[in-house]
Design a protein around this ligand. Structure first.
Ligand code: BT5
Length: 259
């Protein structure tokens, strides 16, 4: 992967701009700074390697060189998007899931921000916001995908098992092609972000649907319930032991199957 091959593969998408780095701290940091200085809608930052890749709450995200996708897309909210900005993580999740589906894989979305293949994490999403006073100026949609097996961190560093596209496909997909498939899907889904069909499509791909899970949030008692679906804002709806619906809002929560 290099700047020339990326430009060639992504030409049809009419991106607002492209910045490619052989190595970078975090593509989200670069995109946040670019957005704050007026980047166009659909500007994209991609790096071959990240040295300070971030997950939520500054957890580490591993992006070793020559093996993974680390990219951050800047979105300037369109009018239909504005009332539904909390669905943006779903937008990224559905897009990565569609790219996996188009390769014949069976992705699931582990709410809120992980893509699973065969129950293992293949991709993570980190959405961050640039504010202008009380208004959202732009969103940075960070996506990390394990492509080659070499991109999967050692198991002892992980709380949840991980995999790669290569492991699941049995062959090595081209990174530029997977980036194209993801972004093409994202541009398509963004048009529908205000529809109920968007929530339905997201819901259909939820991992652990109908199963009992534990939701662990910082400083709060774990919540135990059956995964039921999504609320209109993208919150997770569980059913507790008495069958009563419980909504889990975004935040630093982690979902684990109850064993
Ligand atoms: C995420 O956070 O899953 C969001 C990851 C977003 C990464 C992208 S890459 C492009 C952009 N630039 C950035 O700096 N970030 C974004 P979270 O749910 O908090 O999960 C983090 C946890 O996933 C870590 O604590 C590890 O346990 C695990 N992890 C780290 N690297 C991984 C990898 N390559 N594959 C699978 N799991 C990983």
């Amino acid at each position: 992967m290099n700047e020339t091959s990326l430009k060639k593969h992504l030409a049809k998408l009419n991106l607002g701009g492209l910045r490619y780095f052989e190595t970078i701290g975090s593509t989200n940091d670069e995109a946040l700074a670019w957005a704050a200085t007026g980047a166009n809608d659909l500007s994209l930052v991609i790096a071959d390697e990240q040295t300070q890749g971030r997950g939520r709450l500054d957890r580490k995200w591993f992006t070793p060189k020559n093996s993974a996708i680390a990219m951050s897309l800047i979105l300037r909210p369109t009018a239909p998007m504005r009332p539904h900005l909390s669905r943006t993580v779903g937008l990224a999740a559905l897009s990565i899931a569609d790219a996996c589906l188009s390769l014949g894989l069976s992705p699931q979305i582990k709410w809120p921000n992980d893509i699973l293949l065969n129950g293992k994490k293949v991709a993570g999403i980190l959405v961050e916001t640039v504010w202008s006073g009380h208004d959202v100026d732009s969103l940075v949609v960070g996506m990390g995908v394990n492509v080659e097996e070499a991109s999967v961190p050692p198991a002892d560093l992980l709380k949840f098992p991980a995999t790669s596209l290569e492991e699941m496909l049995g062959t090595l997909p081209q990174r530029e092609d997977f980036i194209f498939r993801t972004l093409e899907a994202l541009i398509r889904w963004r048009e529908k972000i205000n529809n109920q069909a968007f929530i339905q499509a997201w819901e259909e791909k939820l991992a652990f649907r109908g199963e009992i899970v534990n939701i662990n949030a910082e400083d709060e008692k774990p919540i135990h319930g059956i995964v039921d679906g999504l609320e209109s804002d993208g919150s997770l709806r569980l059913k507790d032991e008495s069958g009563k619906p419980v909504s889990i809002r975004f935040g630093d929560v982690s979902l684990r199957p109850s064993s």
